[in-house]
Design a protein around this ligand. Structure first.
Ligand code: BGC
Ligand code: ZN
Length: 372
């Protein structure tokens, strides 16, 4: 079977041929991969800035955002059956007894850093026709989501962030006064920084959770992403047209910022206008560049005097996968066209390099045909 792979030693990115994997333990399932999404992490790996092959291997099979169909189950598998659609989790726990996070099944909070991630760090990914993995890492997906479920993994980033924001805001009165005709929790304002797939899915999640939501992104409006956001009720403001102060004047108190660009300069610019009692959530991973200066007095004054929280979040646990599957179904009912339009390109495995190296569209997907 074919797979999309990266060879860091020889700096090659190419299709390789692998043997089809077999079930070797009773708790495993064999999954036919249907689609694999590509993202900035894959781009970094293919630029040899990130990622690590499995021990002893000279290549890493890419692919961490995926959708598959169960084709075979081990004898101890109870929850899954052939024909079920599944989205696999990305991270696998570290081996250390002392890591209470991994031992509790929360490898997304691994303390030791010795976790592994499929398609990223020391484990082959999903950009191939078949994979074998343990049942516990497979999240079942309803058939109705077949067309869009490859978006589940990127949505888990927002789901994990929202769950944490909810927990954090329990520290203060976070209820909303009654406003006729609005959802009961409609009074909080969120700004999403960036209009890539993580940002657009994050905006959907925030809207769906009752936030009035603004997208702040470089491109001048009108543009297709601004139109897409307008169609679901989010506001779009271009950072080329309006400064962060102008943005803040338009929004009012910014209760939540969901950062989804990995661009640190604009993120710290935006941190200056985070509102009172606000939470700023970072999800992007910037490339290492020249150090920049920021107004530390202003930021620190605001953090203290406005009771602010800065939060970073990575990866996702099972709860976030389940929330993402649930919410994607809600978004798809509520905004079918908008959700579908997030997937802008589909490519065969032979052309997996194209969407990685030529950035265009929103979410590009590799389609596996299961033939070879
Ligand atoms: C993936 C996460 C992963 C992170 C860091 C992201 O692209 O979605 O699952 O933890 O990269 O490797
Ligand atoms: Zn990703």
């Amino acid at each position: 079977m074919k797979a999309g792979a990266v060879f860091p030693g020889t700096r090659k990115v190419e299709v390789v041929s692998l043997d089809e994997p077999k079930i070797s333990a009773p708790d495993q399932v064999k999954v036919r991969i249907l689609e694999v999404g590509v993202c900035g992490t894959d781009r970094e790996i293919c630029n040899f800035d990130y990622g690590l092959p499995p021990e002893g291997a000279d290549f890493l099979v890419l692919g961490h955002e995926s959708l598959g169909e169960v084709v075979e189950t081990g004898a101890a598998v109870t929850r899954l059956h052939p024909g079920d659609l599944v989205v696999p989790m990305v991270r696998r726990p570290c081996p250390h007894e002392r890591c209470v996070a991994c031992r509790a099944g929360r490898q997304d909070f691994c303390y030791t850093g010795d976790f592994r991630e499929r398609g990223i760090k020391q484990l082959h990914g999903f950009m191939t026709s078949f994979v074998v993995d343990e049942e516990t890492y497979m999240n079942p997906v309803p058939r109705e989501l077949r067309e869009v479920a490859v978006l589940v993994e990127p949505l888990t980033i927002a789901e994990k962030a929202l769950a944490q924001i909810n927990t954090i805001q329990q520290r203060l009165p976070w209820g909303c006064p009654f406003s006729p005709g609005k959802p009961s929790d409609y009074c909080h304002r969120a700004v999403v920084l960036g209009a890539g797939p993580v940002g657009l899915l994050g905006a959907m999640a925030l809207l769906n959770a009752g936030f009035e939501t603004w997208i702040y992104s470089r491109e001048l409006a009108p543009n297709p992403r601004a139109d897409l956001m307008a169609s679901i009720g989010a506001h779009y403001i271009s950072s080329r047209a309006q400064s962060v102060d102008q943005l803040a004047a338009a929004v009012g108190n910014i209760d939540v910022v969901y950062e989804a660009t990995g661009a640190s300069q604009i993120a710290f610019e935006l941190l200056k206008v985070l509102g009172t009692d606000g939470v700023f959530c970072f999800t992007g991973v910037p490339r290492h560049g020249e150090p920049l200066s920021v107004d530390t007095d202003l930021l620190m004054r605001n953090l203290v005097l406005k009771n602010q929280v800065i939060l970073g979040t990575v990866n996702a646990g099972k709860d976030a996968f389940q929330a993402a599957i649930h919410d994607l179904a809600v978004f798809y009912k509520r905004w079918p066209e908008a959700v579908r339009s997030l997937i802008t390109g589909r490519f065969p495995i032979e052309r997996f390099r194209d969407p990685i190296f030529e950035m265009s569209g929103i979410k590009n997907v590799i389609v596996l045909d299961g033939q070879n």
